[in-house]
Design a protein around this ligand. Structure first.
Ligand code: PHE
Length: 460
């Protein structure tokens, strides 16, 4: 079976997969989703989805990846189910869509690093102008996509993951320090309450499907990124313990990000539903209060490390379509990388323009039954994150349980974990992929599409 060129199993799978999982999803998206969706109640639902539904899907993806050593499309074929490679293709399309807007936001983070270096703390209040300075943020996006493509083409992800092992703990330390600092500010407690004391009256169906989309997005699930990365897992490694580590790291970092943000938001008297601008508007002012020198140091470090966290995620997003066209269409890796990166950058241009610059893309579409239009970037997010990823998770678990067959999944996971079948986790995963994931995810997918795009709310 083909092993993708440029990658060796020398660097740890956990580092690569955690690098993919931890990114803008945790630090940028999670806090603003919490803010827009009523606070602690959203956090609870999100946690339940991560552990109960996403974890079994993660184990399944990794097992399929290790078994086949292939991209998502090739993996289903290699297992003998050609028609199911359509599911792989759906994953690849999700990856392309996600990277197209993710790269735009990564460009903002990188731009903010440069602003912090020059001590421009006022950028927080100029966020709106900043993201509409199209040529500048477009250039940052281009640089970001270029860096991603360079890393994927050279197959130097191993080095990146090694660096991440030092840089990510540094980011966590900075965030923890900011948590402590934020607690000393006036009104901090109100923020903690909003974040941790659930108000169940705020739960509506959109809160539920946003939490589901966020869980899949944050854990890099439902599109085959972890099938692709599964080939890095050693044959005798324990898939379960790796998946536990990845999940805990990802959820833990998101949790800290929220704990950092809400006291800051409340102490500055800002609104919790600041949307995608939340961290970009809130944080520079906080860095400013640290004084010019410390502010510049902490501010630039924060956005540099955030860009780095984003880079280990964009690498995994680009790797999926690249592995597909290299394996399945025999295009040389180097050409494949630059071609795919260029296409995705172009697909991302409407997202770049959809934050006020172009009226067409800012007010791109009005869903049936909605009062106001949705931007191109949000449309892509709604389709890819909130709809395609959970659908992918539903179908992957159905595939593993009934098409590939459970015995084969159990046999693969048991390598490196001989007691898996009879363990509590083994029994839970069996139940989850046979019933819980396919049924619950399938129902939620249908209800999400009906509610979001057609305004038909069967529940809530
Ligand atoms: N999990 C990444 C993040 O939280 C985004 C991502 C989604 C990466 C899907 C790969 C696949 O930032």
């Amino acid at each position: 079976m083909a092993v993708r060129s440029g990658f060796t199993s020398k660097f740890g799978f956990v580092a690569a997969a955690a690098g993919s999982a931890v990114g803008l999803g945790n630090i940028w998206k999670f806090p603003f989703e919490v803010g827009e969706n009523g606070g602690a109640a959203f956090v609870l639902i999100y946690l339940a989805f991560c552990f109960l539904l996403c974890f079994p899907v993660m184990v399944t993806e990794i097992a399929i990846g290790r078994k086949t050593q292939l991209n998502p499309v090739g993996a289903y074929k290699a297992l003998g189910f050609k028609k199911w490679s359509l599911l792989g293709l759906q994953g690849i399309i999700s990856g392309v869509l996600i990277l197209s807007f993710y790269n735009v936001v990564a460009g903002w983070a990188f731009g903010y690093f440069l602003e912090m270096v020059s001590g421009n703390f006022a950028i927080g209040s100029q966020f709106g102008e900043f993201i509409n300075d199209i040529f500048r943020v477009g250039l940052y996006g281009l640089i970001f996509m270029g860096a991603t493509a360079f890393i994927v083409s050279k197959g130097v992800s191993g080095g990146i993951e090694k660096a991440a092992k030092i840089l990510m703990p540094t980011l966590i330390v900075i965030m923890l320090l900011l948590v402590l600092y934020s607690f000393t500010l006036p009104n901090a407690l109100k923020g903690v309450e909003f974040y941790l004391l659930p108000d169940f009256s705020k739960i509506s169906f959109p809160v539920v499907y946003s939490a589901l989309g966020q869980a899949f997005f944050s854990l890099s699930l439902g599109m085959g990124a972890l099938i692709t990365y599964g080939s890095y897992v050693g044959k005798n490694d324990n898939i379960i313990s790796s998946a536990v580590l990845i999940t805990l790291a990802d959820v833990g970092i998101a949790f800290i990000a929220g704990l950092m943000m809400f006291p800051l938001v409340f102490s500055q008297g800002l609104s919790t539903d600041g949307g995608p601008g939340l961290i970009f508007v809130t944080l520079p002012g906080v860095f400013e209060t640290l004084g010019p020198t410390l502010g510049i140091v902490i501010g630039s470090l924060f956005f540099l490390l955030l860009s780095f966290a984003a880079l280990t995620s964009t690498v995994s997003l680009l790797e999926v379509p690249v592995a597909y066209i290299v394996d399945e269409h025999g295009i040389r890796r180097n050409n494949a990388v630059w071609l795919v990166a260029a296409v995705i950058f172009i697909v991302g241009i409407p997202s770049l323009l959809s934050n006020g610059y172009s009226d067409l893309f800012t007010n791109f579409i009005t869903y049936i039954g909605a009062d106001s239009p949705t931007s191109f970037m949000s449309l892509v997010e709604h389709v890819a994150n909130d709809s395609f990823l959970p659908l992918g998770g539903c179908l992957i678990s159905f595939f593993a349980a009934y098409i590939w067959k459970k015995e084969n999944l159990v046999a693969e996971v048991s390598k490196g974990n001989p007691n898996f079948k009879n363990s509590i986790v083994g029994k839970y995963i069996d139940f989850a992929i046979s019933y819980l994931c396919p049924i619950v995810l399938g129902i939620l997918f249908i209800l999400t599409v009906l509610s979001r795009f057609f305004g038909i709310n069967i529940i809530g």
